[in-house]
Design a protein around this ligand. Structure first.
Ligand code: GLA
Length: 431
């Protein structure tokens, strides 16, 4: 009987392994990405918006207004405090860097008081540190904060950014009068950036602005953008992080498969290290942004960040999952009794599994899960080594296909596990 079960299991295992192979092959031949050779793994860096917004008051708030001073300080810290070594490379300016008018040649210009050296000096400064510079503009007539929009100026603006030495453009979608203009504008800017000959990561908000009118065509968006925002702006709160996760899981059928090297869904900035998230909620954001293969763009104050938040943001194992070269976005596997289980395939036939406890009453909850169905039924077939990465790293040991795993999850927290497939033989030898 046992023998029979084993061979049935093995046959099933074989079938599942074939299914997995199909999955890997799909990843290689997936939807065509923007062919600029960039963002082969999700972009990592820092973006000013959530933490510093549109603070123009340099007189009274010199340390938090949008100025070259702020970006130079962040560039210094990105290098001195290990951020660059951890992979955070793009230092990105969001809205509110511009002067209210274009110059006499129709070019955008930085506000002369707040950016006395202009963007090109800032770009030099950032490049000298081995980092890259990101900038922000808008497809419509004005940026969301009311500064000059790029409509009618796409070629000039693309060339200006290239001349300044910009390496990433976040292109917003405010003040656009129709879906046609929006779609044409996003496509046009992609090609205009390409024509400059400079490598510029193209970060879009295209689908976010299309959703109110129609279902976005993600196959098309992927051909033009390196990442794209789908959902409203993140705030420094658990409610906000939760709403992004809910949106993502409820739309996963339409968005997960389109992501891959060169083009990613962007659930917005990491707000870890700020004020609104508890420790467990910060763990949840880091874990789930890794599962979602999301760009890791922190928006926080690197001058004032707790050692705990810094360690979480610089966690090598979790960053390695986010940056996994297979580039397949994860998805929600199940939700039951306020526990969500998400998983993501990794290269080397490994899988990562996240379990979130969404119950906001009570203490840590135990959760027991059978390992058999994890990773499309192959992650632990015939056995796997399970390593817990978050909230802290520990090796949980070997699990055979028919075994259960029991974990404890804090309210609003997440347990993140890496599953490495092993043969039964190896697991027996090592046990
Ligand atoms: C929109 C974007 C944000 C930010 C602001 C700037 O709301 O979605 O990420 O860029 O505009 O005004």
């Amino acid at each position: 009987m046992t023998m029979n079960l084993r061979s049935r299991n093995q046959r099933l295992g074989c079938l599942l392994a074939l299914r997995f192979l199909a999955l890997v092959l799909w990843a290689v031949h997936g939807a065509k990405a923007l062919d600029n050779g960039l963002a082969m793994t999700p972009t990592m860096g820092w973006l000013h918006w959530e933490r510093f917004m549109c603070n123009l008051n340099c007189q009274e708030e010199p340390d938090s207004c949008i100025s070259e001073h702020l970006f130079m300080q962040m560039a210094d810290l990105m290098v001195s405090d290990g951020w660059k070594d951890a992979g955070y490379e793009y230092l990105c300016i969001d809205d509110c860097w511009m002067a209210p008018q274009r110059d006499s040649k129709g070019r955008l210009q930085a506000d002369p008081q707040r950016f006395p050296g202009g963007i090109s000096r800032l770009a030099d400064y950032v490049h000298n540190k081995g980092l890259k510079l990101g900038i922000y503009a808008d497809v419509g007539n004005k940026t969301c904060a009311g500064f000059p929009g790029s409509f009618g100026y796409y070629d000039i603006d693309a060339q200006t950014f290239a001349d300044w030495g910009v390496d990433l453009l976040k292109f917003d979608g405010c003040y656009c009068d129709s879906v046609e203009h929006l779609t044409d504008g996003y496509k046009y800017m992609s090609m205009a950036l390409n024509r400059t000959g400079r490598s510029i990561v193209y970060s879009c908000e295209w689908p976010l602005y299309v959703w109110p009118f129609q279902k976005p065509d993600y196959t098309e968006i992927r051909q033009y953008c390196n990442h794209w925002r789908n959902f409203g702006d993140i705030f420094d709160s658990w409610q906000s992080v939760k709403s992004i996760l809910d949106w993502t899981s409820s739309h996963q059928k339409g968005i997960v498969d389109v992501a891959g090297p060169g083009g990613w869904n962007d659930p917005d900035m990491l707000v870890i290290g700020n004020f609104g998230l508890s420790w467990d909620q910060q763990v949840t954001q880091m874990a789930l942004w890794a599962i979602m293969a999301a760009p890791l763009l922190m928006s926080n104050d690197l001058r004032h960040i707790s050692p705990q938040a810094k360690a979480l943001l610089q966690n090598k194992d979790v960053i390695a999952i986010n940056q996994d070269p297979l580039g397949k976005q994860g998805y929600q596997l199940r939700k039951e009794e306020n526990i969500e289980v998400w998983e993501r395939p990794l290269s080397d036939l490994a899988w990562v599994v996240a379990m979130i406890n969404l119950q906001e009453i009570g203490g840590p909850r135990s959760y027991t899960i059978s390992v058999a169905p994890l990773g499309r039924g192959v992650a632990c077939n015939p056995a796997c080594l399970i390593i817990q990465l978050l909230p802290e790293k520990k090796e949980l040991g070997f699990y055979e296909w028919d075994s259960n795993l029991k974990t404890w999850i804090n309210p609003t927290g997440t347990v993140l596990l890496r599953l490495e497939r092993t043969s039964q033989h190896t697991s027996k030898l090592l046990l």
